[in-house]
Design a protein around this ligand. Structure first.
Ligand SMILES: Cc1cc2nc3c(=O)[nH]c(=O)nc-3n(C[C@H](O)[C@H](O)[C@H](O)COP(=O)(O)O)c2cc1C
Length: 328
């Protein structure tokens, strides 16, 4: 009897995984951009960055083939036409126009036939971005500005804190951390992130109601974030996990950004059943196309804090040289 119950439990795990995969598939079907609907401003903007980024990459290469990028340039032109018709110009629409305009002015490219046609068509658009787009010089001295004098001091002084000083972290500090984290790399620079933040006790209570890792401290968390990614940024089935990856990277950057500003945090998992994900959405206003990556408890550290040791595995367990399977 015991072993039968054990077996049921084991297979139950597989069934709940399948339930989760189906839920993720259903959300991908409902909210991702597989239909490439250019009338949807958000889908169009994500699409624009995906394409203009290929031009940026081409512009940044040392050995460019003159005339490379023709198909991207034409696709981008079409996207810009949709943007113009929409009367709803977004950040990436503007950046796309500025990038394409710089692209057709590259040294020597005027000799390429199709470029002249695109250049003429671009005269019809007037929603340029004020920022620099395309490619730019990045000097070693600029790169070195980012080096930490003592990286061990920075990385090893971060710990998850679950109990904080009884004081709300001001919104400008939280926003500064998010701004720093916006420098996180993302696939084709799509930046499909969205952060929900609150320090309101009632909202925190609702948000944490179905989160299963905050017992014993959740009611005293000063600030709470819900970190999400936008499914509208993802088109192909190959990208089915990309929003989790980009969201995870972004979350880590927020954590380090907060740490650099003296603010402590603790990740709160959202490894939840479809039912609980829906329940959360029925309690707090998270847009349906936003996938919850995790929550983050935030607060100032107290004078003295208790933390888990959370020992790390030895390096040789997580690192090895990559070798070929066959003799080369
Ligand atoms: C995605 C994610 C989800 C987590 N969820 C929880 C959680 O629900 N509750 C909790 O107390 N800690 C949670 N943690 C914190 C981990 O327990 C903690 O990061 C780990 O023990 C390492 O400790 P450190 O962050 O102090 O280095 C989570 C961490 C991650 C990365």
């Amino acid at each position: 009897m015991k072993s039968f119950i054990k077996k049921i439990r084991l297979y139950g795990r597989l069934i709940s995984a399948l339930n989760g995969f189906l839920y993720d598939f259903y959300r991908f079907y409902l909210f991702s951009a597989w239909r490439s609907d250019m009338k949807d401003a958000e889908q169009r903007n994500y699409n624009a960055v995906k394409i203009y980024h290929t031009l940026e990459k081409s512009m940044s290469l040392k050995n460019r083939r003159l005339g490379a990028g023709q198909s991207s340039a034409y696709i981008l032109l079409d996207v810009l036409k949709y943007a113009k018709k929409s009367n709803n110009i977004g950040f990436h629409d503007k950046a796309a126009l500025s990038t394409l305009s710089r692209f057709v002015e590259l040294d020597g490219i005027n000799k390429v036939e199709w470029v002249e046609q695109i250049r003429k068509e671009l005269l019809a658009f007037d929603f340029f971005s004020d920022e620099v787009h395309g490619s730019q010089i990045y000097r070693l001295e600029d790169f070195r500005k980012g080096m930490l004098e003592n990286p061990e001091k920075f990385f090893f002084s971060r710990h998850s804190l679950r109990e904080f000083k009884n004081e709300i972290v001001p919104e400008h500090v939280v926003k500064r951390a998010v701004s720093l984290a916006l420098k996180t790399p993302s696939v084709c620079n799509r930046q499909a992130w969205h952060v929900y933040h609150t320090s309101d006790s009632d909202i925190k209570y609702l948000a944490l109601k179905y989160q299963e890792g905050n017992r014993g401290f959740g009611d005293r968390v000063p600030n709470l974030m819900i970190i999400t990614t936008d499914l509208k940024a993802f088109v192909s089935g190959y990208e089915r996990y990309q929003h989790w990856i980009d969201g995870g990277l972004f979350a880590m950057s927020i954590i380090y950004a907060l740490h650099s500003l003296g603010v402590a945090s603790c990740c709160l998992n959202w490894s939840q059943t479809p039912a609980k994900d829906k329940m959360l959405r029925s309690l707090v206003d998270i847009r349906p196309n936003h996938t919850v990556v995790m929550m983050l408890a935030i607060g100032w550290p107290d004078e003295n804090n208790n933390i888990c040791v959370s020992a790390r595995r030895p390096l040789d367990e997580v690192y090895s040289s990559l070798n070929a399977r066959r003799k080369l």
